[in-house]
Design a protein around this ligand. Structure first.
Ligand SMILES: [Zn+2]
Length: 180
């Protein structure tokens, strides 16, 4: 899938300003998945964050931190649905959509300034305790779980990204963002 295809078919595309679409870069990444094999995927992000994402995934590959998949959400299997992407444990960046849990604040994903990693292993928990994706359980002993003292969090910290795992009103273990 090329950059143009990765931006196609978004039902909310008409509401997305052209300058945001123009800013998105498709970053090729490699990672070991849960089958133990090296895979290639793609993450759509604000091009000013492309180097951060490349560097993070180079570390993910080197450390053999397992990532399920990195399929752009424009893929027919996902169809721009964050629910489907999360249920597949898929890692992704740009998606023009409202913030998880409703509200009017636009998600950093809508700007391509956020990435979700292994959401099924690192769920979002709302202030009311509702878990997304449904049925997801965080088990710190499982490979692919994002931990406070991990190379992954340290690297994102170094690059000035914010980790949803440290939020206090709600917690979003799979989410990293860097608003520019
Ligand atoms: Zn997210």
């Amino acid at each position: 899938m090329g950059r143009i295809e990765a931006l196609m078919g978004n039902p909310a595309r008409d509401q997305c300003p052209g300058e945001i679409l123009d800013m998105q870069a498709l970053v090729s990444v490699r990672y070991y998945s849960f089958d133990g094999l090296l895979h290639e995927g793609r993450i759509l992000v604000d091009r000013r964050l492309a180097l951060d994402i490349s560097t993070v995934f180079a570390a993910i590959e080197r450390e053999r931190f397992p990532v399920m998949s990195a399929i752009p959400v424009a893929d027919a299997r996902i169809g721009w649905s964050d629910d489907v992407s999360m249920a597949l444990n898929n890692s992704s960046g740009f998606n023009y959509r409202p913030i998880t849990g409703g509200g009017t604040k636009v998600s950093a994903h809508a700007l391509g300034q956020a990435i979700d990693i292994n959401p099924l292993l690192n769920p979002y928990v709302s202030p009311a305790g509702v878990v997304s994706p449904p049925g997801a359980v965080r088990d710190v002993s499982r490979p692919g779980t994002i931990l406070e003292n991990s190379f992954l969090v340290k690297l994102f910290d170094e690059f000035g990204w914010e980790w949803g795992g440290r939020w206090t009103d709600r917690v979003d273990w799979h989410h990293f963002e860097k608003r520019l």
